[in-house]
Structure formats: C-alpha cells, structure tokens
Design a protein around this ligand. Structure first.
Ligand code: GCW
Length: 708
C-alpha cells in the first residue's frame, strides 16, 4: 500500500510500481513468483530484464530470484524463440514481429508463466504488459494472452524547436537539451523511452513540423544520433521533420524543386549521411505548403512530386515519408473545411509505397469536437495515418482536465460508409480495405520538461491512452482510464471508480463550456487561449472566429449543406444524407453543418438559443461537480498530486466561467434573447471579456509575448 503522505511529483508516470498488498489479494490474485528465467543477451532484452526486476522490486515484498533453468515452483520464463532455444522452449510465431504471448503453461513438466515473442521488442512489450497485470491487481495464475499491434507506425510528434521552445507546448520547455547533446544523456531520455515502450509507441519525431533546416546539419545529426541510440534499446525509431527548402538553406542550391536532379541528389546524399549515423532511422515528417511553409507547390509541383522524391531517397534505407494533409493556402478558399480533401483526393494511388499521408482527425484543426476528416475512406489506394493532438491547444492547455480517449474513440468509431456499412475510420487506418498499405497513428506530444512531464497530472493519461489506442484503435476509453488510474495512483476502488467517471465525462464538459452544438474555432486568435468568438480582424478570413460561427441576427452556424459550401459532399452519400438532414443530424454536429435560426426548435423542445445557453451553463456546473467529487477523495492518494489537481480544478472552473460568460454575452448581441431564470448573471459586461489581455501565453514561442 502506498503511504498516503508520501510526496509524489508524478515524474514516474504510470510506471509507479507501488507495493502491491499481496496479502489482501485473494486466491488467483495472490502473487507467488519465485524464480525468473531470463537469458538476456541483446540491449533490448537487457532493458526488458531491468524493467521486470525494477517493477517486481517495487511491487512485491519478496522479489523472485533470477535463475538459469526452470527449477519448479512459480517460475516466470521470458525470452524469444532464439534466446530460449537452449532451454528447448518452442514459441509459436502467431503474434508477428511486435506481439507477445503471456501464458501459464507446463515447461519441462513444471508449471511456468511464459512471456515470449518472436523479437526482442516483443519480449519488452510482453514484460510491460505482465507488469501491468500486477500493477492493476489482475489474476496471474491462469494466463493465456496473445496480443499484437494493429498499426505499424505508432509515433509521437514533438513540435519542439531547437531553442527548446515547444509550439503548442504547455508543460515547460522541450525535454531535448540540444545544447548539451550529444555529450549529456539525460535520464529523462531513457525514462521517456521506457514510458513509450510500455504502451507500444515505436516512433518519435523529435522536432517541430515547422522545421528548422539546421536539424539536418552534421552538428545536429550527431545530437539526433545520441537520442536514437537511447531510443533503439526501447524499440523506438527516430524521425525528423524536414523543411522542404533545406537544399537551399543548408545546401546552398538555388532551388528546392523536387524534380531538379541536383535537388534529388542533395536529398539522396543527405539520406545516406543520416543513415550512416543512424542505421535504423525512421524517415521524414513533412509539413509542406501550409501556413507559410515551403513545399513542392512553391515550384509548381504537386504534393505527390514532393513526397515521392523524398520517398525515393529513403526507400533504399527502408525509411518512410509521413506527408501531412494539413494544408490550407493563402488564397482563402470558400470553405477551409474542404481544402485538404480537394488537394489530396486527386492523388490517390499516386504516392510511392513508403509514403503515408498524415491526416488530422477532423477537417479544421484539433477542435474540442470535430466530425471525422472526409479524407478517411476517400483514398482507397493511399495509406492514411491518423494524427491526433495530445497537447491541449484547443482544450484549455494544461490547466484543464480533459481525457481525450473519448475524442479519439468518437473519431475512430465513426462510420465512413465508404466501403459499406461498418467501414469505420479505425478500419480504414488499420488497412482493412487494402491490405497492401502501411498503417499508422501519430500523436502531437504533450510532453515537456515540467517535473510531471505533461503539466497537468491528468495530461499523462492522454499520452498513455494514445499509445494504447495506436496499438489497438478499438480499445475502450473506460478500460484505458481504469488501467491508467490504477497504475498511476492506486487500486483503491473508492478512488478509481469516481475518478474514472470524471475522466470519461471531462471532454464533454469542455465541449459544453467552449464550443457546444458544433461551434468551432472561436478561441483567442493565435494563442488559442480563452474565448474569442468576436475575433474578426485576424491576418486572413479563415483565422477569424466569425468566419466559423457566422452568427447574425437571423441565427448561427456554418451552412455546409448543398445550399451552403457543399462540404458535406466530401463524405459518403449515407453520411452526407444523415448530417444534411436536420431530423438526423446529431446535436453535437449541428452548427458544423447548418446555419439555424435562434428560435429553431431543438429535440429537447428548447429553442436553439436556450439550448446553447443550457450547454454553456451545464458545462460549467459539471466542472464544479468534478471539483466536489475530487475534494471527497482527499487521503486516498498522495497529498502532493491531490493538492495539485485540486488547484487545477479550481482554475479550470474559473476559466470555464469566463468561457461561458464571454460566449453567452457575445452571442446574445445577435440573438437578443434572455438567458432565462435560474442562470446566474455574468459578473462583467461583454466589453470586459473582449479586453482581457494575456501576457506570455505558453506555446507560441518566439517573442510573440502577447495576443488575444
Ligand atoms: O493547430 C495548428 C497550430 C499550429 C501548428 C499547425 C500544424 C505546428 O495552431 O501551431 O503548427 O496547426 O498542425 O501544422
């Protein structure tokens, strides 16, 4: 049992390995490990062994001793087919390259628990999962588990700059200390890799997609190599974001035209150089022709020309190109929603085999709620990689408790209908409809140098959940939350059960007090902090909140039906029909697709205005409720994290009230309707909220100290 007063700063993440109260575990739950057989030779196997011993040491009163042979009693035998050969243990290869088996079985007529895999990294994953069983008090006496990842590339994208600022980072500076690399290997790098491996994350893009060409210089490649050496032990490949104009900026060429032979040669030489430092280098991530970044279109070439040129130079080394579909040009299209689909769909089947298109979950930009991106299902001959954002750019930064797994699941379980009923986004990205494609999922990391890594103790759950869902996109958010809570805090049901409910409800709360009923992109301009529904003077129309909500005296919402922008045509006819029809369009997506009168009658019987107000007030009330529930849990976990979360919830409440009052007052200037009896009046007039200034908001980097 953990001591309630023990201080815990959250650094250990979900790998706490707290003492298990073995005596209180009944029957099959009781742990009676006596011996471990673990012939470890490679670095990865040694890391797995070290993790196992560290975990058992923390959790069990008597650590099992390591032996060379099966001695009987409660023995755990761990290894690959190869490493266990001398013990004549056969391992079936059913779990593929990265999967594992955990099985209670007779070996040499003695009852053992076998953790086995075809590869070293499979063993590492098996060990982490065995430890998880103990951490979460699961029975371990009759095990028969076989698991493998459903996606190939499970990657964290760090938007970290070389000066250690983090674009949209809310947990302190970058964990990569570029200045001290390659000489100093911070323990953080190792713990970062352990945490990733524990949930099966096998890739890390260490620099911002708004890339600095310098990352490809020999000086920086040596630093990257040092990180790669750490990651390799934990089955993680390193990737780099590259700037498309690097041949000009770094190589002194006159052009970065992807069809120019000198440019191709520059990239080919660069790839050879990178692989000479890092033989298992993963590949490139590219943001091209988006938000001012250079790209092939700058030279009148296409996305396919650009991606394929890079794919060609990486192919001999088995590297891949992750080419982002987050594009919108400066010409201001009629509806930004439609642009990625319009630009990429024509290139279906035109990309090289080692190119994967990285598509954000929704068509605009990581909003609290978005419909699934219409590209999913629309490119049957092109691998599409999901991009989720773990860092809470539009979800209250690291002050708001928002468990994102329900958001991920909502998108993944959406039915694209592109291959008939049941062709969910999850099935599309798993390659169910085209087995030839490579597959993957990326998460924009929420990790920084803060003691607890993510700024908010519950931010860690989003990192954890991302790994679990990249491993298996069909996992349930509730199961993941329960595991995370047990591993991170305690197995005490009196804590786990109410806090799991808090987590599952948390994302809906935030939708309610920020962007209910399908509102989107109404945050403060540029910082994306706090409410800014009045923003109408940003650099370009589609950066303005007014572009998205279109509130006027007649009503509110963006008409994307056939009578409006027609964006709904990008979906399968079934989805289009469902969302175009007011009888069937879910309330959650209403204002994404329809401009409706303030007096429009909702399913609830309320007018649209009253419904909007109801959501804003309900959202705030739920945050208050969450705080009250938390307060009752004092003493069930360590005081340090308890107090930190308590204070964060108070701050979240304050900010939720600001969101509610600012938005209700602003939209009221159009609806001219009352908020109704029973709702507390805002403390300040609208003008007060409009004039709020926030200095040095994190996440925007550079010298941009103030906006809003
Ligand atoms: O969400 C927006 C962010 C930018 C980001 C961009 C992107 C890295 O506001 O900060 O740039 O998306 O995804 O490229």
């Amino acid at each position: 049992m953990i001591s309630k007063s023990r201080a815990d700063n959250g650094y250990k993440l979900w790998l706490e390995y707290n003492r298990v109260n073995n005596e209180q575990l009944a029957g099959a739950y009781r742990l009676q490990l006596r011996y471990v057989v673990f012939p470890a030779t490679s670095d990865q196997l040694k890391a797995a062994k070290a993790e196992l011993l560290m975990g058992l040491d923390g959790m069990l009163a008597t650590k099992p001793s390591e032996v060379k042979d099966i001695t009987g009693g409660q023995t755990v035998v761990i290894g690959t087919r190869q490493s266990l050969k001398s013990l004549s243990i056969a391992v079936s290869d059913s779990v593929g390259d990265e999967g594992y088996l955990i099985k209670t079985t007779l070996i040499n007529k003695k009852q053992c628990t076998l953790i086995a895999a075809n590869t070293d990294v499979g063993v590492l994953y098996g060990v982490f999962n065995f430890l998880k069983l103990i951490q979460t008090n699961q029975p371990i006496s009759k095990l028969n588990i076989a698991d493998h990842p459903r996606l190939m590339y499970r990657v964290l994208d760090h938007w970290d700059n070389l000066n250690r600022t983090v674009e949209r980072g809310y947990a302190g500076s970058s964990i990569w200390n570029w200045h001290k690399l390659p000489d100093i290997i911070d323990q953080r790098y190792i713990d970062y890799a352990r945490a990733n491996a524990s949930v099966g994350i096998n890739g890390s893009v260490v620099n911002n997609v708004n890339a600095d060409a310098l990352i490809l210089s020999p000086q920086y490649l040596l630093k990257v190599q040092a990180l790669a050496n750490v990651f390799r032990t934990y089955g993680i490949r390193i990737y780099l974001s590259v700037k498309f104009s690097s041949p000009v900026e770094l190589g002194g060429l006159k052009t970065a035209d992807p069809l120019d032979p000198a440019v191709k040669k520059w990239w080919a030489d660069k790839a050879d150089e990178i692989y000479s430092y890092i033989p298992d280098f993963g590949g490139f991530l590219v943001k091209a022709n988006s938000e001012g970044q250079p790209g092939p279109q700058s030279y009148s070439r296409t996305h396919a020309d650009g991606a394929n040129m890079l794919a060609d130079v990486l192919a001999p080394h088995h590297g891949i190109v992750m080419w982002r579909a987050f594009v919108y040009d400066n010409k201001v299209p009629d509806d930004r929603f439609k642009q990625a689909y319009n630009e990429f769909k024509p290139f279906d089947g035109k990309f090289k085999d080692n190119v994967i298109i990285q598509v954000k979950n929704g068509p605009i930009d990581f909003q609290p709620r978005e419909p699934f991106h219409p590209l999913f299902g629309a490119m049957p001959n092109t691998p599409l990689m999901m991009e989720f954002q773990l860092t809470q750019e539009y979800l209250g930064f690291s002050t708001h408790l928002v468990y994102e797994a329900p958001l991920f699941a909502e998108c993944l379980q959406s039915d694209t209908h592109k291959y008939g009923k049941g062709s969910t986004v999850a099935r599309v990205i798993k390659g169910d409809f085209n087995k030839k494609l490579i597959t993957g999922m990326a998460g924009v990391a929420n990790v920084g140098a803060d003691l607890n890594w993510c700024g908010h103790p519950f931010g860690q759950a989003n990192w954890y959940a991302f790994g679990r869902m990249a491993w298996n996109p069909d996992q349930s958010p509730a199961v993941i939350a329960t595991d995370w809570l047990r591993m991170t805090f305690t197995n005490n049901a009196g804590f786990v059960s109410p806090v799991k409910n808090i987590m599952l409800q948390s994302r809906e709360n935030t939708v309610n007090y920020m962007t209910p009923l399908g509102l989107h992109h109404i945050m403060g301009v540029s910082t994306h902090y706090g409410p800014g529904p009045w923003v109408d003077n940003a650099g370009r129309p589609d950066w303005n909140a007014t572009y998205y909500h279109k509130a006027d005296s007649a009503g509110i919402g963006f008409d994307r039906t056939t009578f409006g922008s027609g964006a709904l045509r990008q979906y399968a006819p079934e989805v289009k029909a469902d969302w175009e029809n007011l009888q069937t369009c879910p309330d959650e997506y209403l204002l994404w697709f329809h401009h409706l009168s303030w007096k429009y009658k909702m399913r609830s019987g309320r007018t649209l205005w009253d419904e909007l107000v109801w959501h804003y007030y309900t959202g705030v009330d739920s945050v208050k409720q969450m705080g009250l529930t938390w307060d009752k849990l004092q003493g069930k976990i360590d005081a340090e994290r308890f107090m930190e979360v308590k204070q964060l919830m108070q701050l979240q409440y304050k900010e939720a009230v600001t969101w509610r009052d600012a938005c209700v007052l602003y939209f009221q200037t159009f609806s001219k309707m009352q908020t109704g009896a029973g709702y507390p009046k805002p403390e300040h007039p609208l003008d007060y909220y409009k004039k709020l200034k926030f200095y040095y908001v994190p996440g925007i980097g550079g010298n941009n100290y103030m906006t809003n």
